[in-house]
Design a protein around this ligand. Sequence first.
Ligand SMILES: [Zn+2]
Ligand SMILES: [Zn+2]
Length: 155
Amino acid sequence: MSVLSPDGSEEISQGLRNSLRDQGQRLTPQRERMLGLFERLEEGRHLSAEEAHQKLRVRGEQVSLATVYRTLRLLSGMGLLKELEIAEGGRRFELAGHDHRHHHHLVCVRCGRIEEFENGEVFAAAEAAANRHGFRLLEGVLNVRALCPTCSMEA
Ligand SMILES: [Zn+2]
Ligand SMILES: [Zn+2]
């Protein structure tokens, strides 16, 4: 659900705009376009900074990779994006939507392929552990390091 603005550039959805406003958060147009990019990704997609940069460039946005990095960091810090650390210091980003919160990742440590899965037991275990120690659970996500079928054949 994206909105086409008068100048033809796609923006973030009204729903996301409303929740930003409710949280009292304001975004510059550039940051908003970055968020819009993630909002329009098909579910289960995760982008590296390089991929996000590439997508913005394809749409004619003049933005440096350094700026993309900074913007991604900032949006993650605001809790709007989620940062996922993968092998060899790589990072992927995804939208931190409420409806897409408690999913886990199977990460190929060699090629960076990511598959998502859901598992209520993992979440319940995280919650139980948090309760036991008097912690308030914010997120119970499991990132499993693995080798995908292609990479395990090469191994
Ligand atoms: Zn994910
Ligand atoms: Zn792989």
